[in-house]
Every structure is written in structure tokens, then in C-alpha cells.
Design a protein around this ligand. Structure first.
Ligand code: GTP
Ligand code: GTP
Ligand code: MG
Ligand code: MG
Lengths: 292, 278
């Protein structure tokens, strides 16, 4: 673990009052390795390590800590600072319905997360409507309908022959006429480099003006997380992210990459396949997980 | 990397960053560049672009599997089991494989072994129709092993050439789900002793270092014969396969390059390595 490696790095210095530049340089090598192994993007790691270095050099080693523990404390605090400290709840519209749009790469967990979010909001007393805007993937509409029936939430669909922009527009009218105060748009998975499909999302956004655009990201995503987050944010302006499949053993460095490159908070995490497996994001727990 | 570059520390660091940025992993990248440095010294290489070419050769060697294709012709029916974590592209890949075999004149049967996820059976049925394959399914929530058994019986009686068994996505750390997979395999083996003839792990090219854990645990559970690396039409490079191929010797057999039925290619080590440097 990183703490063991840092204990080794600092084994030869006992009872020093402050961390010297040489001590810190050695420690940063271990921190860099740990973050890269955790799938944090290497450019994000570079910036992060420089930030930590500034804080660590000349830092007082608390009497209760070893130099290694002092460095870990600084790294931990910097990670929490970077990933936390922002609004982590959904933007609610002043005039209903609140419109939430789920976007992201193929297979990230959008459809499942749309259901989880619906169930979560329903528990809090809201009246959500799930909307089937994926007209491409085989049985995608059926999948959302099954999800909706499992949590007793209505699903709006117009089949797979309609344009997703029209479906979204019609869904919002439907919500207004049926007292649904929240509309959750499930969109098809797509590559950030597919111009046509990214335009489709821009068109949906222009048509229904979502109050919340959530980027759904698979927690096991590697270095590419930066490209994906950057492009989706540039195209649409992301309000928040959901990191899925955190019930596995992936370190989840993508969390740091996404936050660092977009400034957008991670609002929820997916921790299972069932529709109740959605939790609030806790930056301190994520920091510990990433550091391993 | 420009052609007039000096072979200095910055140059080697740049190569390391290309590898790390491609998800090769920090330790593997350091080892690869370290061994490259030795070879450059040994062979007294002076030009930067020659070093780059040598690196490409060394990388291609790592992923050159001895058996690139699928060994299906000596068995009837040949049985392929497809496994992997959630959302990587198993069901879509099965549709693509079925289409490929159909084009080769083979009679294909698809088994809806994902009896858990919403609309998984319906999704595979669309691919069965698109690829002109037979289709075996049970009720939602039924035992996947029973579906596999049923499919093999049907294949034997229909003179099917290839049976492809879809399984539910599962994270490799879920012990009970991995045990379920072992049961499906045991049932297949009981019906045809050397089946499944291919057990393919589907890996998403956007996956980082967790792919190593996926390959390791799925291999320990059901013994993998190959990997299909999907979503290479994105910007991710799939560099995790270098670690997997060198540590576990599981060959990459196919790559997925899109969502259409024809978007499957046989794995080509040279093309794959070239793409790392794009
Ligand atoms: N273990 C686990 N599985 C998840 C989680 N979230 C989603 N999944 C699974 O991941 C797979 C993909 O989920 P989907 O909801 O279909 O993903 P999607 O983003 O809608 O996929 P596309 O529409 O094809 O882009 C399914 O097998 C889900 O059950 C999670 O938090 N944990
Ligand atoms: N761009 C791209 N998308 C792909 C590729 N292969 C699969 N997909 C997409 O990835 C998403 C998930 O594919 P599935 O076939 O449902 O994945 P799966 O592994 O069967 O998912 P689960 O059964 O839920 O675990 C779908 O939107 C597919 O269209 C590929 O090579 N390229
Ligand atoms: Mg979906
Ligand atoms: Mg599937």
C-alpha cells in the first residue's frame, strides 16, 4: 500500500521537524505511482503531485505522525479538497418539471442509473417520468420499460422510429399534463468523437433545456476518462457525474480525472445492478479508495 | 515524436507517457522502456525514429498470440461461451460473431444465457434475427445452466455448426456470480467433454488497470481461450492487453470497432501497436 511504501521511503529519517525538498521528492515518486496504478490520468497526476509538493515541502511533521504519515495526510486532504466541496445534489427547477438528461459512453450504466435515480427521487416524494430516447440499441426501450415497471415509475416512449429530440419534447409536454415534476431522459450510449451523435445531444438540450445534465462514467475507465469528460463537457456543459460499478474492486481514479478536467462534481455512485444501488458521493471515501 | 529528436531522457520519458496514456500501466511501461534502453545501447542505435520502430516491434511481440483465430472446424457443434463484466459488449459481440460465421456458411445457434438483466433476452433475439441464427431462450429469471444445456441439445439435434452462449455481465469479485459461471461451464462440459471449445473474455478498451484483475479472475474461474477487445473505435487504446498477454498468455482474438453487425475484426498485432502512436 502507499502508506507502507512511504514508511519505507522515510525509514532513514527519524524525528525530523520539517519535510525537506529531498524527502518530498522521493515521496512524490511513490504517490505518482499509486495514482497511476489507480487509473488517474497521467496529466492530472502531474498537476496534482506538483500541488502536493508545494504544500508538503517545509511542512511541519506533527508529533503524533511519522514523516510518511504526514505526507499521506497532505495527499488525502488535497484529494478530498479536489473532489469534494461542491453541490452534490440535483438542480431542481423553480417551475416543474425538472429535466434531467443522462449522457455517456456505451455501456456505462445510463439506463440502469436513470432507473435508480427515478427510484431515489420517488422515495423523496417526487413524481418522476422516465423517457426512452435511445432509439438505436436493440431492446433499449424495452429495457427502460422493464426498469420502470420494477420501481413502479411511468415510462414515456414513442418507439424507435422517432427522432430523440421529438421524443424528449413530447415527454416534457406529457409530464406537464400528467403532473410529473421530474423528467429523466435516457439517451443512447455514444462516443464523444461521433459528431452526428454529439449534435443529437446538443439538439435535445436546445429543445428541452435540461436543468441537470449527468455524465455517467464507468468507474473502471482508465486514462481515456479525461478525453470523454472534456468532450462531453465542451459539447453540452455537464452539471454532474455519476460513477458506476463501484461495487467492484477498481480503484476508481477516473473520479479524480473527471473532476479535475471538468470541475463538475460527482453527485452519485452506482454500487450494484439492483435499482436501489445508488449512493451519494463521499469524497473522503473515494480518496481512500484511490490511494489504495 | 519528430524525426530529428535526440535519444535523451526526455525522449524516453515521452515514450513512457505514450504507453501510460494508452493504459499499458505504469510498472509495465517502465519495464518496457527499460528493456528498450538496453536494446538501444546493445545495438548502438543512434536515430530516434529507429528507437520508435524497435519499440513497436517489441510491443507487437508481446501480443502476438500463437492462435489468433477460433478453433471451431474440428468440433460439431463447436461451443463458444462469452463472459465478462457488465456493459463491455458481450451481447453485441455475439451478434457480430454469429454474422461472421453465417457469412462463412455455418449454421449458428445463440443461447440467451443472461436470464437476469432487463430485456437481455430480447436484445440477443434481435441479434439472432439480424444474423440469421437459431435462438434458444427460457423464462426471465431461469437457470442459465439450463439454457446452455437446452441449447446444446438443440444444436446436436439440428446439426448446428456453432453454438454461442451469452452470459450475464458480472463483476469478477462477486464470488457467487463467478460460481454460477462455473456451473454453466460444468453443464456444457458434461454434454460435450471438450466444450466450451472457446471461452472468450470481452474487455472494454476504455478499461484501465482493473482489466488485469478481470482477466485473472475470469481465467481462474472458467479458463479463457481468448479475448475480444471492444470499443476500439473510441479514443481509448486498450493498452491493458500487454500486461494480460505477458502475464497470462491469453491471446486477443478479435476487436470490436463499432456497434454494427459487421464491426468485428480479427486482431492484428502490428495495426494495434501502430494505433498506440496515433
Ligand atoms: N455491478 C454493477 N453493474 C451495473 C451498475 N450500473 C449498471 N450496471 C450494469 O452495467 C450494464 C450496463 O448498464 P446499462 O444501464 O445498460 O448501460 P447503458 O449506459 O444504458 O448502456 P448503453 O445504453 O448501451 O450505452 C448492465 O449489466 C447493468 O446492470 C453498477 O453500479 N454496478
Ligand atoms: N462504439 C462501440 N460500441 C460498442 C461496441 N461493442 C458494443 N458496443 C456497445 O456497448 C453497449 C453495451 O453492449 P452490450 O452488448 O449490451 O454489452 P454486454 O456486455 O452484453 O452488457 P451486459 O449484458 O449488460 O453486461 C451497447 O450500446 C453496444 O452497442 C464497439 O465495439 N464499439
Ligand atoms: Mg442504455
Ligand atoms: Mg449482454
Amino acid at each position: 500500500s502507499l502508506s507502507e511504501k512511504l514508511q519505507n521511503t522515510f525509514k532513514k529519517l527519524k524525528g525530523k521537524g520539517k519535510l525537506s525538498e529531498k524527502d518530498v521528492k522521493e515521496a512524490m515518486r511513490e504517490v505518482r505511482m499509486a495514482l497511476l496504478e489507480a487509473d488517474v490520468n497521467y496529466k492530472v497526476v502531474k498537476d496534482f503531485v506538483n500541488k502536493v509538493k508545494e504544500r508538503a515541502v517545509g511542512a511541519e511533521v506533527l508529533k503524533s505522525l511519522t514523516p510518511g504519515q504526514q505526507v499521506i495526510k497532505i495527499v488525502h486532504e488535497e484529494l478530498i479538497d479536489l473532489m469534494g466541496g461542491t453541490n452534490s445534489s440535483i438542480n431542481i427547477a423553480s417551475k416543474p418539471p425538472t429535466i434531467i438528461m443522462m449522457v455517456g459512453l456505451q455501456g456505462a450504466g445510463k439506463t440502469t442509473t436513470a432507473g435508480k435515480l427515478g427510484a431515489n427521487l420517488k422515495k423523496k416524494g417526487r413524481r418522476p417520468l422516465l423517457v426512452a430516447c435511445d432509439v438505436y440499441r436493440p431492446a433499449a426501450i424495452h429495457q427502460l420499460e422493464v426498469v420502470g415497471s420494477q420501481i413502479d415509475i411511468p415510462v414515456f416512449s414513442m418507439g424507435d422510429r422517432q427522432n430523440p429530440v421529438n421524443i424528449a419534447k413530447a415527454a416534457v409536454s406529457h409530464a406537464e399534463n400528467h403532473g410529473n415534476d421530474t423528467v429523466i431522459l435516457d439517451t443512447a450510449g455514444r462516443l464523444h468523437i461521433n459528431e452526428e451523435l454529439m449534435d443529437e445531444l446538443k439538439n435535445i438540450k436546445a429543445e428541452v433545456k435540461p436543468h441537470e445534465i449527468l455524465l455517467v462514467v464507468d468507474a473502471m475507465t482508465g486514462q481515456d476518462a479525461v478525453n470523454v469528460a472534456e468532450q462531453f463537457n465542451e459539447a453540452l456543459g455537464i452539471d454532474g457525474a455519476v460513477l458506476t460499478k463501484l461495487d467492484g474492486d477498481t480503484r476508481g481514479g477516473a473520479a479524480l480525472s473527471v473532476k479535475a478536467v471538468t470541475g463538475c462534481p460527482i453527485k452519485y455512485i452506482g454500487v450494484g445492478e439492483k435499482l436501489d444501488a445508488l449512493e451519494d458521493f463521499h469524497p473522503d471515501r473515494m480518496a481512500s479508495r484511490i490511494l489504495g | 515524436i519528430s524525426l530529428n529528436k535526440e535519444i535523451d531522457e526526455d525522449f524516453y520519458e515521452e515514450l513512457e507517457e505514450i504507453l501510460i496514456g494508452a493504459d499499458v500501466g505504469v510498472n509495465a511501461s517502465l519495464q518496457i522502456v527499460e528493456s528498450l534502453r538496453d536494446k538501444v545501447k546493445e545495438r548502438k542505435i543512434k536515430k530516434a525514429d529507429e528507437v520508435k520502430e524497435l519499440l513497436k516491434e517489441e510491443l507487437a511481440k508481446i501480443v502476438e498470440g500463437k492462435s489468433q483465430g477460433l478453433n471451431l472446424n474440428e468440433h460439431q457443434p463447436a461451443v463458444i461461451m462469452v463472459v465478462g463484466v457488465n456493459g463491455v459488449g458481450k451481447t453485441t459481440t455475439i451478434g457480430k460473431l454469429a454474422f461472421k460465421f453465417k457469412e462463412e456458411g455455418k449454421k449458428v445457434l445463440l443461447a440467451a444465457g443472461d436470464t437476469f438483466r432487463a430485456a437481455a433476452i430480447e436484445q440477443l433475439e434481435v441479434w439472432a434475427n439480424r444474423s440469421g441464427s437459431g435462438f434458444i431462450k427460457h423464462q426471465q429469471g431461469s437457470d442459465p445452466a439450463a439454457v446452455a444445456f437446452d441449447a446444446i441439445q438443440a444444436a446436436k439435434s439440428r446439426g448446428t455448426d456453432v453454438v454461442i452462449i451469452d452470459t450475464a455481465g458480472r463483476l469478477q469479485t462477486k464470488v457467487n456470480l463467478m460460481q454460477e459461471l462455473q456451473k454453466v461451464k460444468r453443464v456444457i462440459q458434461k454434454e460435450i467433454p471438450d466444450a466450451p471449445h472457446e471461452t472468450l473474455l470481452v474487455l472494454d478498451a476504455t478499461t484501465g488497470q482493473n482489466a488485469i484483475s478481470q482477466a485473472k479472475l475470469f481465467d481462474e474461474t472458467v479458463n479463457l481461450s481468448g479475448i475480444v477487445l471492444t470499443k476500439l473505435d473510441g479514443t481509448a487504446k486498450g493498452g491493458v492487453v500487454f500486461g494480460i498477454c505477458s502475464e497470462m498468455e491469453i491471446p486477443v482474438k478479435f476487436i470490436g470497432i463499432g456497434e454494427r453487425i459487421e464491426d468485428l475484426r480479427e486482431f492484428n498485432p502490428e495495426n494495434f501497436v501502430e494505433a498506440l502512436f496515433d
